[in-house]
Design a protein around this ligand. Structure first.
Ligand code: GAL
Length: 986
């Protein structure tokens, strides 16, 4: 056989371009981590040669004696494009080659791999299979010179019978991998194109009588508390579950009292399946999934999905993930109150599902299928609507279900993602229903829901979700389908697009999920930024995105839209999500005037009562705890609410703040794990709430001092601790600190959500802002006026080419050591765009590198994404205030700030008190520099610290894919008043 493609005009196409899923591979079977049958890992350093086209290759390399001394080496599992051969490429929906299914281009990078191995001395001999966990996108395989077959279906396992071909020593495995194949048309997921053998390669001994297939059926009847177990198996054998006293023949069923499996309490019973040739450990979770009464139910209860979409990705290794990374992902998810994963958009490494069983996650497992690139072509020639592709589609469905059917965590199968509609999908659904009637089916792409059991949408806005919750949404045309769909539960398979700074509006979605039983939650898009780790020639590290590898077609940083950064540090979006989806809601109780005397604890778990949590309270004055204790909360069932008394009013030192205002008092109530779990230690915080508390008794403080009058002395204009430029009225120093005067600022470096266009007629907020000139506002000083009490500076702030402006009055006053600024803003002319921000911008010395503040923290927060901002005293360096979004953009604002101190190493510096509370941002570069940067390494610290004291910010929204900023979070140009007091920190 040769790898040469047929000449043009030939009617047959070569194997990698035919529509078949392949030939020669064994039928799929369940994956399990191990058994008593021997396994040999073939991972490691392999020999490798890359050819730019298929035509350049012949099959001489498959001969065992072939001399590969001149070849390079490659790590398997891995992707050759991440190991110095060729380059990765990113497209969202477009196929990176001409669309002519099933044909692919001549330029088809082809990687030939060779691996020589010996069998261990104790290798049992007899039947064995060669196991490939995943190869992108088409592989042809030879062992010891004999061809085994070829396969497509990148994220499915494929196995070949190899027993008779094996020798004790000097086996040579040869694998030819084509980057492009007919299979590529079915794998148009929004991610990097990363060819290679990216999952493990193993040899499995399959002794006579070993398990060819087994299916664990373990249901739970919530009305009786009994679980029913039946394990079917080929060949027959016995099943034991010692802790349940079970010893059964396969296919025999037994019903016993059990604790059910749920994502909240993932009880697994250890068992064993024994056939004449093999003993397989089983981990059995009893649970029953059903769609009944219009709800998705597990063990008889509606569940609420607090989910994320998870792609497999690592910034160094691409989709070749190790188990440690999988476990870390899951631990982070659990610790952030997440309970569900959609395996977008392909079966994950199966070990991930073992971990989901063990740690507790509801999993929607998706087949490796997406044909999104056909949408731009009006879905012409869409493979899912062409019977010739049906074997390939069915093969993908089969390989998904057969490999992973024994996982209790998998509660739904998903046909695929964004394939439009077609008979191929129906054929997959029919097969899946027959094979596994125990799990509902999901697919988002067909609004009629003809083949599915749940109604699913992506990125529906809040209003649409509310209509669906009320069952008043626009129905599909067909009356029968409309009636059927109206009775289905609803999930958002994608929402809250986490690209860059955002998403905003998560709390509002959660409120809908908690209000309407039909709305059963969803999966935020997505878990992780897929930025690839790179180093500049100067040695600075950064994460690369689409276009950084010379791709002729690409979708830039749309691949970086996750809740965690590529290196898996949480982004503020994850912290926000954790707070929003918390399974216990802590709010103020009581009614009427005055601070609350009770706290309301709502148990939002689906199954668990509150006995696993310990509650505590703290009484804090301006962020300093003055008293704390434990809060006794009665055992409250899932779905129930308890109202608990707070301790009697406490006395605490009061006094006044630096600017003469009174401190505030708050209760902070926290719920932490009472005992360690498999995913977090005792004391891990699950939920919290803050409630206003009675103010401290003593509300007197030192008088601020009599007002001071402004003075002109020589070239300077002074007012108390402030020094001003007499011509511009700009502050040049305060309390001995050189500053570059606060002036009005409305521009922010647009976020990915700001930048998003939704079509030629709607280029998005950032484009509208730029058109309005908000990034090039000019300041004119109209008046610098002195009176005995105040210095008043009037300015007009406007952009070239427009008569829309902001009139600003700065009224400066001083008392003793304090310098106070009251700002009044009045728009003039017609404003057709919201403002990105409204506040003051100033520069201070770079040495003021430490920040302490009382306000929201510790992380950033924006108007529609600040649920996680906790009122308290926080401290950080200026550098650590930055959020390193892969594409630099507005970030780092701390919301609800009452006062902040910027200090240098010796502790001296500047204090700013704000009324009302403000957003504080401090960075070592300007907004213009931030706006211009494309990668984090484009930003270099300047000499000064740039401060933004914002009265308001425009919301974030989720417009990079989904709804924009909700009306209540839009920052409309309107009259505004706000004030700041500047003083020294000594
Ligand atoms: C969806 C798609 C995802 C991803 C997302 C945007 O349409 O299913 O794969 O592309 O949009 O990031």
């Amino acid at each position: 056989m040769s790898g040469t493609p047929p000449a043009p005009g030939r009617t047959t196409v070569p194997y990698h371009e035919d529509r078949s899923p392949g030939s020669g591979a064994l039928p799929p079977r369940p994956w399990y981590a191990g058994s008593d049958a021997a396994r040999l890992s073939l991972n490691g350093r392999w020999r490798f040669r890359l050819s730019p086209t298929v035509a350049d290759t012949d099959t001489a390399f498959t001969a065992p004696e072939f001399d590969d001394a001149g070849w390079s080496e490659l790590e398997v599992p891995g992707h050759w494009v991440l190991q110095g051969h060729g380059a990765p490429a990113y497209t969202n929906t477009a196929y990176p080659f001409p669309v002519d299914p099933p044909r692919v281009p001549d330029e088809n990078p082809t990687g030939d791999h060779r691996h020589r191995f010996d069998l261990p001395p104790n290798w049992p001999g007899g039947p064995a299979v060669l196991h490939f966990g995943g190869v992108e996108s088409c592989a042809r395989v030879w062992l010891n010179g004999t061809e085994l077959g070829h396969f497509k279906g990148s994220r499915s396992a494929h196995e070949f019978a190899v027993g008779p071909l094996l020798r004790p020593r000097g086996n040579v495995l040869a694998v030819r991998v084509h980057q492009w194949s007919s299979g590529s048309y079915l794998e148009d997921q929004d991610q990097w194109w990363l060819p290679g053998i990216f999952r493990e390669v193993e040899l499995h001994s399959r002794p006579e009588g070993a398990v060819a297939d087994h299916f664990v059926h373990a249901g739970y009847d919530h009305t009786t508390g009994l679980g029913t177990l039946r394990v079917s198996c080929d060949p027959p054998g016995r099943v034991t579950v010692p802790s349940l006293g079970l010893d059964l023949a396969t296919d025999e069923s037994a019903t016993v009292a059990v604790r059910p499996w749920t994502a909240e309490d993932p009880v697994l019973y250890d068992g064993e399946l024994v056939t004449p040739g093999e003993r397989i450990p089983l981990r059995i979770g009893f649970r029953t999934v059903r769609v009944a009464d219009g709800l998705l139910q597990v063990n008889g209860r509606r569940i609420l999905l607090r989910g994320v979409n998870r792609h497999e990705f690592d910034p160094h290794r691409g989709r070749a993930l190790d188990r440690g990374t999988m476990r870390r992902d899951l631990l982070m998810m659990k610790r952030h109150n997440l309970n569900a994963v959609r395996t977008s958009h392909y079966p994950p490494h199966p070990a991930f599902l073992d971990l989901c069983d063990e740690l507790g996650m509801w999993v929607v497992e998706e087949c490796d299928l997406e044909t999104h690139g056909f949408r731009a072509l009006g879905w012409r020639n869409n493979p899912v609507d062409d019977p010739r592709w049906e074997p390939a589609l069915l093969d993908r469905a089969r390989r998904t279900v057969e490999r992973d059917k024994n996982h209790p965590s998998v509660i739904m199968w998903s046909l695929g993602n964004e394939c439009g509609t077609g008979q191929g999908l129906s054929a997959m659904a029919a097969w899946m229903r027959r094979r596994d009637p125990s799990r509902p089916l999901h697919y988002e792409g067909d609004p009629s829901c003809a083949d599915t059991d749940v109604y699913s949408l992506m990125y529906a806005d809040h209003a649409e979700v509310e209509r669906i919750g009320r069952r008043t949404e626009e129905p599909p045309d067909d009356a029968e389908l409309a009636a059927r769909r109206r009775d289905l539960p609803f999930v958002l398979c994608e929402y809250g697009h986490a690209m860059g700074n955002g998403p905003g509006g998560l709390s509002e979605y959660q409120r809908l999920f908690e209000t309407y039983p039909r709305c059963q939650g969803g999966f935020v898009w997505e878990w992780l930024d897929h930025g690839l780790h790179r180093t500049t020639p100067q040695g600075a590290e950064f994460h690369a995105y689409g276009g950084d590898f010379g791709e002729e077609l690409h979708d830039a940083n749309f691949v970086c839209d996750g809740l965690v950064f590529p290196d898996r540090t949480p982004s503020p979006g994850l912290t926000e999500l954790k707070k929003v989806v918390e399974p216990v809601r802590i709010t103020e109780g009581g009614s009427g005037d005055g601070p609350p005397r009770t706290v309301v604890i709502r148990n939002l778990h689906d199954f668990a009562d509150l006995s696993g949590l310990a509650f505590s309270w703290a009484y804090e004055v301006d962020g300093v705890a003055h008293a704390s204790g434990t809060l006794t909360v009665p055992d409250t069932a899932a779905g129930a609410t308890a109202e608990v008394e707070l301790p009697p009013v406490l006395s605490a030192p009061g006094g006044t703040r630096a600017d003469g205002s009174y401190p505030e008092a708050w209760w902070t109530v926290r719920a932490v794990l009472a005992e360690g779990t498999a995913w977090a230690a005792a004391g891990h915080e699950v939920a919290w709430g803050q409630l206003p508390a009675p103010a401290p008794g003593d509300r007197t403080g030192p008088p601020v001092g009599p007002p001071v009058a402004p003075r002109r002395s020589g070239a300077d204009l002074t007012l108390g601790p402030g020094v001003f430029d007499p011509a511009t009225g700009l502050l040049t120093a305060v309390a001995g600190e050189a500053v570059h005067g606060p002036r009005l600022e409305v521009w922010r470096a647009p976020t990915d959500n700001d930048e998003a266009a939704s079509g030629p007629s709607d280029p998005g907020p950032a484009a509208a802002w730029r058109r309005a000139g908000l990034h090039r506002m000019r300041h004119r000083t109209d008046d610098v006026a002195l009176s005995p009490e105040a210095l008043t500076v009037r300015t007009r702030v406007a952009a070239a080419g427009t008569d829309a402006a902001l009139r600003v009055v700065h009224r400066w006053t001083a008392a003793a050591e304090l310098l106070r600024l009251e700002v009044t803003v009045e728009p003039e002319g017609e404003w057709h765009v919201p403002l990105p921000r409204l506040g003051l911008r100033m520069a201070v010395a770079g040495s003021l590198g430490r920040v302490r503040w009382y306000g929201g923290g510790p992380g950033e927060g924006y108007p529609d994404s600040r649920a996680a901002a906790r009122l308290g005293r926080w401290e950080s360096s200026v550098d650590a205030l930055q959020t390193p979004y892969v594409r630099p953009q507005e970030n780092g604002a701390r919301p609800g700030v009452r006062w902040a101190e910027l200090t240098r190493a010796d502790g001296t510096g500047l204090r700013i008190d704000g009324v009302p509370e403000f957003f504080l941002t401090a960075r070592r570069w300007t907004t213009e520099e931030l706006d211009a940067a494309r990668h984090t390494t484009d930003l270099t610290p300047g000499e000064r610290v740039r401060l933004h004291l914002d009265h308001a910010q425009h919301g974030l929204g989720s417009r990079s894919c989904g709804p924009g900023v909700l009306p209540r979070y839009r920052l409309t140009a309107g009259p505004a008043r706000f004030a700041f007091t500047f003083s020294a920190v000594r």
